[in-house]
Ligand binder design. Structure first.
Ligand SMILES: Cc1cc2nc3c(=O)[nH]c(=O)nc-3n(C[C@H](O)[C@H](O)[C@H](O)COP(=O)(O)O)c2cc1C
Length: 357
């Protein structure tokens, strides 16, 4: 196992837009994260955290990891989680062209000046439409890489048990892999090898900076937050190449996410799931995510005996899922009212009060 956890129950990363206006985590966020540790989760992955004072921030009240105030507040949250014997990994996120709010810059950057499909996520703050992005220059990309590196170093110093680079769901690193977002004609666009190259460069730089004794992983998906249909045109071959390249670049784990762990998502008629490709094609640690609940937990745990199982919506609805599951107690489904009109912790706390929880 790439990390020494007390069990395989893992909280998936979930954006809650509840930091203060300077991106500093609040005491309420500490309550929120500690609750999962108390409820028995062996590992908690934080919400996506922005990594620089440029275009990485994507949402209003998103927490960052770019200065001492933010790092100190995170350190307190880490201590509250560790107190219960759970581990915590910080998800490092550059919003790319999915930026909806940023207090430093007005213009999103992406591999190319291409907007996402669908509509922005009003769950994270009302915006009238996608902003007009611009194609990232070589210097933008170097600065974004430096942001990942510096934030990973801060996370290590703050006592985190590792970092997860957000390479899924349509954010910057994921955009490089995608032929929708990435229409570059330089070394970072075009062929599959070139589309993977920037992501591999970031992984290598983070690994070199934090050393071999700190956990570094990456989350990957084909789907994005507004496009469940996207497929890499090379099909399963793209996943195999990506996984092998990430392993060679030095990741300790790969975290797969899909609409369902069991979906066979590839173009060109594949018979494997994304999680199966990672398990079968590499030696790296594996975290699986997508639709895991009390009805399928045991099956996925048996199919992937070495994987951690990450729960999103089920963990939100049941912060004590591991205890309830093991004691055969009833488990709730997520009531989306809890996250409306915005996915903030204030709204969740109000919903719990109104619903006697
Ligand atoms: C409120 C909310 C916020 C989310 N924020 C993030 C995020 O910050 N980073 C990320 O990688 N995924 C994020 N996700 C996706 C989840 O991590 C997970 O992949 C998704 O909910 C599917 O898993 P599930 O079926 O267990 O819920 C979010 C999901 C929800 C419901």
């Amino acid at each position: 196992m790439f990390i020494d956890v007390s069990n395989r129950f893992t909280v998936a990363p979930m954006t809650r837009t509840s930091a203060d206006e300077h991106g500093v985590p609040t005491a309420l966020m500490g309550d929120y994260y500690e609750r999962f540790a108390k409820g028995g989760f062996g590992l908690i992955i934080t919400e996506g955290v922005y990594t620089d004072d440029r275009a990485s921030q994507g949402y209003v009240n998103q927490p960052g990891m770019i200065n001492a105030d933010q790092a100190d507040a995170w350190q307190q949250i880490v201590e509250r989680i560790h107190k219960h014997g759970s581990k915590v990994i910080m998800q490092l996120m550059h919003a790319g062209v999915q930026m909806q709010y940023n207090r430093f810059v007005d213009e999103p950057i992406g591999p190319s000046a291409v907007q996402p499909k669908g509509e922005p996520l009003n769950l994270y703050g009302d915006v009238p439409g996608w902003l007009e992005p611009r194609e990232a220059t070589a210097s933008d990309l170097e600065q974004a890489l430096n942001g990942f590196v510096a934030s990973a170093q801060r996370a290590k110093e703050a006592g985190f048990d590792g970092v997860e680079l957000h390479g899924a769901n349509g954010y910057l690193l994921n955009e490089f892999l995608s032929t929708h977002f990435n229409q570059r004609e330089d070394d970072f666009g075009g062929s599959l090898d070139k589309r993977i190259a920037y992501v591999a460069q970031v992984v290598k730089a983070v690994r070199a900076a934090v050393g071999s004794d700190f956990v570094v992983g990456i989350r990957i998906s084909q789907i994005t937050v507004t496009d469940n249909e996207y497929q890499w045109p090379e099909g399963e071959e793209a996943a195999v190449k990506l996984v092998k390249t990430l392993e060679a670049a030095g990741v300790d784990f790969i975290h797969t996410t899909d609409t369902s762990v069991g979906r066979k998502p590839f173009a060109c008629g594949s018979e494997r799931t994304l999680a199966q490709v990672v398990a079968q094609e590499s030696e790296v640690g594996l975290i699986i995510n997508g639709g895991i609940d009390e009805t399928n937990y045991a099956d996925y745990a048996a199919e992937f005996p070495n994987a951690l199982l990450a729960l999103g919506k089920k963990a939100l609805a049941n912060p004590d899922f591991p205890e309830r599951f093991q004691d055969d107690k009833p488990l709730a489904d997520l009531d989306f009212q809890m996250l409306l009109p915005k996915a903030t912790l204030e709204n969740e706390w109000q919903w719990r009060k109104d619903n006697g929880q």
